[in-house]
Write a protein that binds this ligand. Structure first.
Ligand code: SAH
Ligand code: SF4
Ligand code: F3S
Length: 444
């Protein structure tokens, strides 16, 4: 028997990229490739890349150095760069790094089998065409994550928002929604395979917008409800919500279905309306706080997390203090926090100066992280004594006698294993907490 060509995929960036790598794996498996987790065995290495910040790209350049060394010993190895950095840099990537054979953007993955075949014959190639329609709706992704409990389901691609700092609209193209029938089919199949949780993903899930044959509009709220109805024992999460578009309809659908998890990731970016305007985010501080109020009213037990970006063009000390005050007022359970990194050709790069000194960005970021650490530990303290339903995802890193899982609010809980297994729902009382996790005991 002829042995199959072995494919190794490495993924950087957001959930969209993780989901895309699973689509890529599926397309190439159909063409006869075999997935390997051992890079040394690979005939083809694909790196799925991110351009969101300068340091995300630096990491990929570092990996390409490593791949070049591997290729020195194995000249028949094919190396492909796919994803957002492929889209941003196009043929420049091959000019810059001779070890690369193919460059393929996020909407051109169906072309991978052909491009790889040609690369095997010595022809380098680039396909970075963006599409207005491609959603890979008919492709059933191959799950690369080992856990078999939780999966990402892409519901849309691209972004139409054009936040002034952001590279995503340039590398992912225009927003398009995926046919709800194909989403429902994918979710149902996952559930039948034993998956217990799906996360519906898109850059702005609230602007999900499908029109059927009769031009009837289908909203994110409707989609969410339909997915929640697959089974009450299937947990449903979603990300990312956009403050300008998050509707009460979605919050009411969540309230109606207990299996839609009590967690909303609502990136604020800044607490200053002046900065939000420069960022072209489409909302004010007051609007954002109104959305938080709606969450607190309709879903009192809902956790809220955010993204904060510090040191954007012209951000004053007062703007920064506004961000800290917003964080305190909202009381975030969790946050991702970044320094602004100017991205070539964005509106901000063309029209606004990256004028906050690196040392000031660092100091502000530290203040933001310190505050969030306080808020996160406060949020965990408030859970002490409460009982949560935990979906078990695996064994704790430290011991096989302990399991870990998440609450509906997306907080990680570690507790003694007893007779429970991965995939079980367990009622757990919280008895303690560390900086990152809750510690609990199962109760009957
Ligand atoms: N669509 C999501 C964000 C996706 S990018 C949303 O609108 O909320 C994830 C996060 O990266 C953003 O929320 C932002 O905080 C950060 N980010 C985006 N562009 C950035 C840049 N140029 N520099 C630093 N952080 C950035
Ligand atoms: Fe980027 Fe804004 Fe789109 Fe999010 S909504 S991906 S930050 S342009
Ligand atoms: Fe990065 Fe592309 Fe996601 S730029 S954050 S991988 S959409």
């Amino acid at each position: 028997m002829e042995s199959k060509t072995k494919l190794y995929i490495e993924t950087y960036g957001c959930q969209m990229n993780i989901a895309d790598s699973e689509v890529v794996a599926s397309i190439l498996k159909e063409s006869g490739y075999e997935i390997t987790e051992d890079i040394q065995l690979a005939d083809v290495i694909l790196v799925n890349t991110c351009s969101i910040r300068e340091n995300a790209e630096q990491r990929v350049w570092g990996r390409l150095d490593v791949f070049r060394q591997i290729k020195k010993k194995k000249p028949q190895l094919t190396i492909g760069v796919i994803g957002c950095m492929a889209e941003r840099l196009k043929e420049k990537l091959i000019e810059e790094e001779k070890t690369i054979d193919i460059v393929v953007g996020p909407d051109a993955y169906r072309d991978l089998p052909g491009l790889l075949e040609n690369a095997g014959l010595g022809h380098k190639a680039v396909n970075v065409l963006l599409s207005r329609e491609e959603t890979y709706a008919d492709i059933s992704p191959i799950r690369l994550d080992k856990n078999r409990i939780s999966a990402f389901v892409s519901i849309m691609r691209g972004c139409n928002n054009m936040c002034s700092y952001c590279i995503v609209p340039y590398v992912r193209g225009a927003e398009r929604s995926r046919d709800p029938k194909s989403i429902l089919k994918e979710v149902s199949e996952l559930f039948e395979k034993g998956y217990k949780e799906v996360t519906l993903i898109g850059q702005n899930v609230d602007s999900y917008n499908w029109k059927d044959e009769n031009n009837e509009k289908f909203s994110f709220g409707q989609l969410l409800e339909m997915v929640a109805q697959v089974s009450p024992t299937l947990r449903v999460r979603f990300s990312t919500s956009h403050p300008k578009d998050m509707s009460d309809e979605v919050l009411h659908k969540m309230a109606k279905h207990a299996n839609i998890c009590r967690h909303i990731h609502l990136p604020a970016q800044s607490g200053s309306t002046r900065v939000l305007e420069l960022m072209k985010r489409g909302y004010t501080r007051e609007w954002y706080l109104d959305r938080i109020k709606a969450i607190r009213t309709i879903l009192p037990d809902c956790a809220v997390s955010t993204d904060i970006m510090t040191g954007f063009s012209g951000e004053t000390e007062e703007d920064h203090l506004d961000t800290l005050r917003l964080m305190k007022e909202v009381n975030y359970d969790f946050a991702y926090m970044f320094k602004y990194s100017e991205r070539p050709n964005t509106y901000a790069a063309r029209h606004l100066k990256d004028d906050i000194q690196e040392s000031i960005k660092s100091r502000r970021l530290t203040e933001i992280i310190d505050l969030q650490n306080e808020l996160s530990s406060k949020s965990k303290k408030e859970d002490l004594g409460k009982v949560f339903e935990v979906l078990v995802e695996g064994y704790s890193k430290k011991s096989k006698d302990r399991l870990f899982g998440r609450t509906s609010q997306n907080k990680v809980v570690v507790f003694p294993r007893k007779n429970y297994n991965i995939g079980d729902y367990v009622q757990v009382e919280i008895i303690d907490s560390t900086s990152a996790t809750l510690i609990g005991e199962s109760v009957n």
